[in-house]
Design a protein around this ligand. Structure first.
Ligand code: AMP
Ligand code: GLY
Length: 426
């Protein structure tokens, strides 16, 4: 069958790469895709114009649409396609509220007894600030809606938290900040856990850890993610089982009971605290760059699993995972996550891609006359597997060093936590 992937990031390139291994797939189109996707498979659409997507689907005999990013999901692209008889992977707009509204998710956690930070919701500054002064700092202030990963302020002082309230309610994130969630600061180690859901059944995938901060030692501003690795050492089998029972399954059951069953991939951002795992937030899509390491570890055909999530029948699907460790290092344009230049030529991709165990996924790249150029903030995902974390990391950085792009940078310490654990075990 022909498949259409919506999105343009490293996540979508990795999904295209994984689906290309399926004997059931003929052609994989990507809209709009990036420089890593062959020109004749790139379609000029971005998922915001639903009628245009429908047209593309009809014109190219596409039987299955996989939606990568959150914005078209929250806007209802899967509802639109499903209503027109087109099979699509991802949640309905109603179920995508798990990512689209932090307050919605916190209320659901409260009803279902899911462990998460204590919280309150506000639309007015005066009671929000009174609550902050009562509770004290550190405290976390969040815009309720989608804010491209920037809507969370970890305030170290009461003054900082009060300023965040004014900024968010004052329109810093537009309508995403019309409402606030203010919650207790959680201490622990973060991890990401992924599960496929078909509305009723849950198929756990594997866990990963990412590096959100731009700088080494996890310093500097937050980004979309500067690197990731899987498995996440803290998410051993017992912890994964605990997360399934305490967090994932009650969420899926509550969504179904509410008449808004969740389908697609449920991505739980977790804080592993001394009292156990707590839900920080849900995303309703694969993580980027977490997806890149998941796809390298996946040994089974991805297509039947995604189809079963969309159509039902996930209880009959089993996925095999390679024992290998996978690491991805993000190469970003100098200046990211602030302003950066576009258009630099990038060399060395063939040599880097030839390093043993390495797979390069493109993100913000363009291709013209065979030349790859930088066309975004996060530009390349240099991804590698190895028998252990050290080997995967060494391979990834060997490939990074072969990339000729003076206008780009990467963090040199991706997977430092997992490496430290591995080294103390020896
Ligand atoms: P988000 O953009 O929602 O992924 O949140 C960004 C980051 O803020 C998370 O990955 C955590 O590192 C941090 N964070 C969010 N909520 C809390 C919390 N309640 N306690 C501590 N850190 C948090
Ligand atoms: N890497 C985090 C995310 O995709 O939201």
């Amino acid at each position: 069958m022909n498949v259409l992937i919506i999105g343009s990031g490293g996540r979508e390139h990795a999904l295209a790469w994984a689906l290309a291994r399926s004997p059931l797939v003929s052609r994989i189109y990507c809209a709009p895709g990036n420089g890593g996707i062959d020109d004749d498979l790139r379609l000029d659409a971005d998922g915001t114009d639903f009628a245009q997507i429908e047209q593309i689907v009809r014109a190219h005999d596409i039987e299955f649409v996989v939606v990568g990013p959150e914005a078209p999901l929250v806007a209802g692209l899967v509802d639109y396609l499903t209503d027109r008889g087109i099979t699509a992977f991802g949640p309905s707009a109603a179920a995508a509220q798990l990512e689209g509204s932090k307050g919605f998710t916190k209320d659901l956690c409260a009803r279902a007894g899911i462990p998460t930070a204590a919280y309150r919701r506000f639309t007015e500054a005066v009671p929000a600030k009174a609550f902050i002064r009562e509770t004290g700092a550190p405290i976390v202030v969040k815009a309720d809606g989608l804010a491209a990963g920037k809507g969370v302020i970890i305030a170290e002082t009461i003054a900082e938290a009060e300023a965040a309230v004014d900024n968010i309610l004052g329109g810093q994130f537009g309508s995403a900040g019309a409402e606030l969630v203010i919650e207790a600061f959680l201490e622990g180690e973060e991890a990401s856990f992924f599960a496929l859901v078909d509305g009723e059944n849950v198929l756990p995938l594997v866990a990963a850890q990412d590096h959100k901060r731009v700088g080494e030692g996890d310093s500097g501003p937050n980004t979309g993610g500067m690197g990731a690795y899987s498995p996440a050492p803290i998410m051993d089998a017992a912890m994964c089982a605990r997360v399934m029972e305490a967090i994932i399954k009650p969420t899926v059951a509550t969504m179904a009971a509410d008449g808004t069953p969740f389908k697609g991939v449920l991505f739980a951002g977790l804080m592993i605290t001394e009292e156990g795992p707590q839900l920080i937030e849900y995303n309703v899509r694969f993580g980027d760059p977490e997806c890149q390491v998941l796809m390298l570890r996946l040994a089974s055909d991805l297509l039947p699993a995604l189809l079963a999530s969309a159509k039902g029948g996930l209880s009959g699907v089993e996925l095999q995972w390679r024992d290998a460790c996978a690491v991805t290092v993000v190469m970003a344009a100098n200046g990211y996550p602030g302003d950066y230049a576009k258009g630099d030529a990038i060399g060395g991709l063939d040599a880097a891609g030839a390093v043993e165990g390495v797979q390069i996924f493109h993100a913000g790249t363009a291709r013209k006359d065979g030349q790859i150029t930088a066309n975004g903030g996060r530009v390349l995902n240099i991804t590698a597997t190895g028998a252990n974390v050290s080997e995967a990391v060494a391979r990834a950085y060997r490939a990074v060093d072969l990339i000729d792009w003076p206008g780009g940078f990467c963090r040199r310490d991706i997977a430092w936590r997992a490496l430290a654990r591995e080294n103390t075990k020896r």
